[in-house]
Structure formats: structure tokens, C-alpha cells
Design a protein around this ligand. Structure first.
Ligand code: FEO
Ligand code: CA
Ligand code: CA
Length: 634
């Protein structure tokens, strides 16, 4: 089990269910679904004509490569005619004067603060010219078994906590393409920057300055220090980078007594945490600084073109365990940001800016994310249907029961406890919303629902139904929706399931997967998601790599290419042992794709990626191009 899964397994208060969930629960109970086994349920669903709602896939005209087979090898595999090379690995120097990586684990916090952080995740590319760009990359977390010589088997010292903090955050660096077509990191270049758990940041928007954001070190409630557990990302049309704070709770703990209310526990905060920061750094001690965690769980906006700029935490986008931030400009000019909250039974959100985007004056767009309205999704469907309608419920103080009598005294509190607000308005519990991606035509939105072992389990209040159609969902699915009338600011949408991951070789009914899943492309736990300019959709996985039992034949984590029109899904790349594939960015000419390989060899699984031999495994960004210089995927 990965550190990531461990964090998600930590106890938290179980959810109240929404009206829709109650309706489904009633329907299912009536037929005894929840009392039956998974197999009984899958047989019922297989017999239902509704199970055929996902259209059969036909061969894609837009995908041109030959699929790669599932792999259990300790390598990164791409299709025939493609080349994959490492761009940068954890510990490679970025800032001037930073030392080269040393795999002893003895380098200190200072060294790490000038080097590429650990566990690469979401990333965006900002072009400077055809062959010169800035890459902004999240460094989500770090593996103590590789970060330290003692492999994390000893309690951390204060210096070691500082090193851990420096391995987190964001890395920003210039890259250039040489005559051979290879992109290379420009060490010490002008725009290079490391952002860590101690970089000064500004809190902006409706929660900024609120009592709940004030601490002993910051009486204004507007000046936070750092960002960590930066999962996926977003990119704005005005040239900024969005980094999303996900499992922030895992860094906090308490040396003294604490008594957390339910709305705090829902974020996973508790006395102990695996990262141990609170043991050496008082800022993370909940018994001394109970408001510090309120300053995390936000989307942070960074200007990658100004290394001296202060990153801004955008509280208007709500506080939860953010996955990514999919930005689109609606026909009306309002900026819409779709946001997943990655935890079992949590929700899917969207933000609509108050002001409109001005393509002729980029400076005027700088604070569009400071002011707007947050909504949360409620999915509707008839019993057993794999498609239906949905609505966006507004999370504004004074509306939909978000009142003082229900515990919300201001818009600031609605944003700080967005999860509780979402429950209050009746949002649908989801199977862990990971990345959202908007099709380049602007009409369709997709979200990976990675898996959810709690779905349909008694006492978890996450009933089977709608876009979450399987109990103990171990494979995941991809939901797709169309805003009514093409209006991303509107309240209504229609949805279906683009793909239901599954295993047609060992499972039955819905657990076999939708008709576009077969023995040659099966995968589990879709997570990273993005489009290229031509509208090919790229799916990355963060699943079980046992390759046994219900996961037999799926191999290591991988990246697949999907044609949204035909429904076809084809495997494009496979990663090394015990890795997750996460993070993608295309060069502006679409002839190179940057792909993140996170945590190879996690928990001391036998990986030596990328250097081979007996080397320590290192999280690495791979650059993939075609030998003939053609467009990726075509
Ligand atoms: Fe950091 Fe939900 O993945
Ligand atoms: Ca993820
Ligand atoms: Ca994941």
C-alpha cells in the first residue's frame, strides 16, 4: 500500500448522505442489493439493458500508434517508433550552486532546496519560443525509505524534517530543445525556482483575513508559509500555474491534547501523522496552532515568469483535498474551473468567476480567481441507469441552508469547511474524483473516478448508483458531462460514463468493464487525465500493480490514449515497478509529451528506475517523442 493510500485510509467522520443517495439507497435496499454479494449485483446489472448504455467502441481514426502490451518490467515502455528519455529526476540540481544528486541519503535540506523535489506530479509547460519553455512541476510527497540513509526507520530529527519539507512543493525550471530534438533542463537559468513548505504566500479571496486563518505567526490571516502535497495542476489562459493542495492533513499531529470537531476530522486531522513534521516543527502541532491546517487545502496560483512573485492561495475555490484545476473560458467570458476532491465519498466542484476574461489585457485577468461562486455537483439518474442529468448546487452563504443555524456564519466558513457545506446542500458522494479535463472543443468535460472500496459498504453512507454504479469499486470509471446549452456557468448538465474500467478476463457483469475495455487495454484506477490539441484524451493510472487476482493481466501503471468520439482506448506507455504514472504536458508543436513517473519502487519494491543496476529508484519526468518527428499519438 502506498503512502498515498495510507493517508486516504486514515479515519475520518463518515458522511451524511445526500437526497439523491438516499433515494438510490432506498431503491437498492428494496431489491436487496446491498445485502447481496458483489457477484449477485454484477449479474443483475449485466442482465439489465441499462448496462449497455456505454456505446461500443469502434476503431479510432485519430490514434495512429500500435498499442504496447501490459508490462511488469522495471522500465518505461513506449510504442514502436517512439523514444522515451529522462528529463529530470528527484535530486537533480535546478538552482545555481545546487549539488548533483547523491544517493547516500546524506544530503541536507539546503541541497534538497536547490534540487528537483521528489515525486513529480501535475505539470504545465509555458512556452518562451518553439524550443525554449518553462516547466512548472508539482512535487507531491517524498518516500522516507529513499530520502534518508536510515530509510525512515528512525524518528526524524529537526534537520531531517527540514529536508522533507524541501523535497515537497513545486519546481519551476527552464528547458531547451537541442538540434537532436531532445529537451534539456537549463540548470541555474533565470526563471528557475523552488517553492517549498516555507515559501511565503498570500491568502486571497473570501476566507482571507478570517479568524480561522489567523495564527501566532500571522495575525492578519493573509500570510501563509508554503505549500505541500501538491497533487495535480491547472494552467490559466493568462499564463499562470495552478498547484492543488491535496492530502495536507498528513503533516499535522499533536504533542498535547486536542479535541477536534467533526468538521475538522472530516479533513483527516488527528493526533498522529506519518510524515512526523509536527514532532520537530511546532507550526504543525495542532495542540499549539489549531488554525494552521486551515491555511492548506487550497488551490495556489503562481506566476512562473517571475521567480520573485508571491504565490496566491485562492480561497474562492474552496478548501478540500484538491486534485487538479481544469480551467476553461465559457462563451460568456466567465472563467470556469472544475475541481475534484479526492477522497472516498467526497465531491466534484466548479468555480465560476465573477468577472470575465479579457484576452486583450492579460494583466487585467490576474485576480479573476479571487472572486466568484463555488458550486458542487449532484447527479441524478433512474435506478441502475448509467447516464442521467445533473445540477450544480451553489455554495454561497445564506443560500441552500448555508446559514448560521446550520453552522455557517459567513462565506469564509463556507469556503474553509467546503466539504461540510457540500453535504449541507445535498451533493452526490463520488468514487474519489481525481483529474477533470475539458475537451478542447469546450463542450464536454471528463473526470476520473479512481476507485472506492467503501462504495455500497454498510455504514459508509455511499450507496451504489448513478455515476458510481459498483459496490466495492476496485477498478474506477470515467464520468463525462455536457453543460446544458454549452453553458459552463449554468446549473444543468447531462452525463454518462465514458469508460468503466474492469477486467473482462476474470470478472463478471459491470466488473468486466464497459464495452470499450478489453483484454488488451484493461487498466484500473484512472487518475491523470488531459487532452492534446487534436482532442485525443490521455489517461494515466494509479492502481494496484499486483497483476494478480482481480488485477491479473493489467501489469504496471500506465498511460492510455482514448478517442472521445469512437470510444476506443489504446495503451500508449507502461511504467516501471511500483510506480504511478501522473502528470502530462505537451510541447506546443505536439511533437513531445512530458510524462511523470512517480514513486518507482515505493515501499522498497525492487525498482532501480531510471538508472538501472543497483541504483536507488527516483521519481522522473520522461520526455517522449517520435523517431520520425511526428505528432504524438497520431
Ligand atoms: Fe494526488 Fe488524488 O492523487
Ligand atoms: Ca492523482
Ligand atoms: Ca490516485
Amino acid at each position: 500500500m502506498s503512502h498515498h493510500d495510507m493517508l486516504e485510509d486514515e479515519d475520518r467522520i463518515e458522511l451524511e448522505h445526500s437526497d439523491f443517495d438516499r433515494m438510490v439507497q432506498k431503491g437498492l435496499n428494496r431489491r436487496g442489493f446491498l445485502k447481496g454479494s458483489a457477484t449477485a449485483m454484477s449479474l443483475f446489472l449485466a442482465a439489465s439493458p441499462l448496462a449497455k448504455a456505454v456505446a461500443a467502441a469502434t476503431e479510432s481514426k485519430m490514434i495512429g500508434f500500435n498499442a504496447v502490451p501490459a508490462s511488469t518490467a522495471d522500465t518505461f515502455v513506449v510504442p514502436a517508433g517512439y523514444v522515451a528519455e529522462p528529463l529530470i529526476s528527484w535530486g537533480d540540481p535546478i538552482l545555481a550552486g545546487a549539488p548533483e544528486f547523491d544517493e547516500s541519503g546524506m544530503q541536507d535540506a539546503n541541497a534538497q532546496a536547490g534540487q528537483f523535489g521528489d515525486n513529480t506530479d501535475g505539470m504545465s509547460l509555458f512556452p518562451l519560443s518553439a524550443d525554449h519553455a518553462v516547466l512548472a512541476v508539482n512535487n507531491e510527497y517524498t518516500n522516507y525509505e529513499y530520502l534518508f540513509a536510515h530509510q525512515g526507520k528512525q524518528a526524524l530529527t529537526a534537520d531531517e524534517v527540514k529536508k522533507s519539507q524541501a523535497a515537497h512543493g513545486v519546481s519551476i525550471f527552464e528547458i531547451k530543445r537541442n538540434a537532436k530534438g531532445q529537451w534539456q533542463v537549463q540548470k541555474g537559468a533565470q526563471l528557475n525556482r523552488r517553492i517549498t513548505a516555507y515559501t511565503p504566500m498570500e491568502l486571497t479571496g473570501p476566507a482571507a483575513g478570517h479568524e480561522l486563518l489567523k495564527t501566532a505567526a500571522d495575525s492578519t490571516g493573509r500570510k501563509a508559509l508554503g505549500t505541500f502535497n501538491n497533487c495535480a495542476n491547472g494552467q490559466t489562459p493568462w499564463g499562470t500555474y495552478l498547484t492543488c493542495e491535496e492530502n495536507f492533513h498528513g503533516y499535522f499531529g499533536a504533542t498535547g491534547a486536542i479535541d477536534l470537531p467533526a468538521r475538522e476530522k472530516r479533513y483527516g486531522l488527528k493526533e498522529k501523522s506519518s510524515y512526523q513534521w509536527f514532532t520537530q516543527d511546532e507550526r504543525f502541532d495542532l495542540s499549539k496552532h489549531p488554525n494552521e491546517p486551515h491555511r492548506f487545502g487550497w488551490v495556489v496560483e503562481i506566476d512562473p515568469m517571475d521567480p520573485t512573485s508571491t504565490p496566491k492561495k485562492r480561497t474562492a475555490l474552496g478548501r478540500f483535498k484538491h486534485e487538479n484545476a481544469a480551467v476553461t473560458v465559457d462563451n460568456s467570458g466567465h472563467v470556469v474551473v472544475y475541481l475534484g476532491d479526492d477522497e472516498r465519498g467526497e465531491h466534484l466542484y466548479k468555480f465560476v468567476s465573477r468577472n470575465t476574461y479579457n484576452p486583450d489585457n492579460q494583466a487585467a485577468n490576474r485576480d479573476l480567481l479571487e472572486d466568484g461562486t463555488l458550486y458542487v455537483a449532484k447527479f441524478n439518474a433512474a435506478d441502475g441507469e448509467l447516464k442521467g442529468q445533473g445540477e450544480w448546487l451553489e455554495l454561497s452563504h445564506g443560500k441552500n441552508g448555508l446559514s448560521a443555524e446550520n453552522g455557517f456564519n459567513s462565506q469564509a466558513e463556507v469556503m474553509i469547511f467546503a466539504r461540510e457545506a457540500a453535504t449541507q446542500v445535498g451533493a452526490t458522494t463520488m468514487d474519489r474524483p481525481e483529474w477533470v479535463a475539458v475537451h478542447p472543443d469546450g463542450n464536454t468535460v471528463f473526470c476520473t473516478l479512481t476507485n472506492n472500496k467503501n462504495r455500497g459498504v454498510e455504514g459508509k453512507h455511499q450507496p451504489v448508483g448513478g455515476p458510481n454504479p459498483r459496490a466495492k469499486n476496485n477498478y474506477g470509471q470515467i464520468v463525462r458531462w455536457w453543460p446544458r446549452g454549452g453553458d459552463h456557468t449554468g446549473a444543468r448538465f447531462d452525463w454518462d460514463l465514458f469508460a468503466i474500467a474492469g477486467n473482462p478476463t476474470v470478472a463478471e457483469g459491470l466488473y468486466q468493464g464497459s464495452s470499450n475495455i478489453n483484454a488488451d487495454n484493461m487498466f484500473n484506477s484512472p487518475d491523470g487525465l488531459g487532452f492534446d490539441d487534436a482532442g485525443r484524451m490521455w489517461i494515466q493510472t494509479d492502481g494496484k500493480y499486483s497483476n494478480e487476482g482481480e488485477f491479473a493481466g493489467m501489469g504496471n501503471n500506465q498511460m492510455l490514449c482514448a478517442d472521445p468520439q469512437s470510444g476506443e482506448i489504446r495503451r500508449f506507455a507502461t511504467g516501471p515497478i511500483a510506480c504511478e504514472i501522473t502528470g502530462l504536458a505537451f510541447s506546443p508543436d505536439q511533437r513531445c509529451v512530458f510524462i511523470g513517473v512517480q514513486h518507482p519502487g515505493e515501499d522498497l519494491a525492487p525498482s532501480h528506475f531510471p538508472a538501472g543496476g543497483n541504483s536507488k529508484p527516483r521519481s522522473t519526468i520522461m520526455v517522449v517523442r517520435r523517431q520520425d518527428g511526428g505528432v504524438i499519438g497520431a
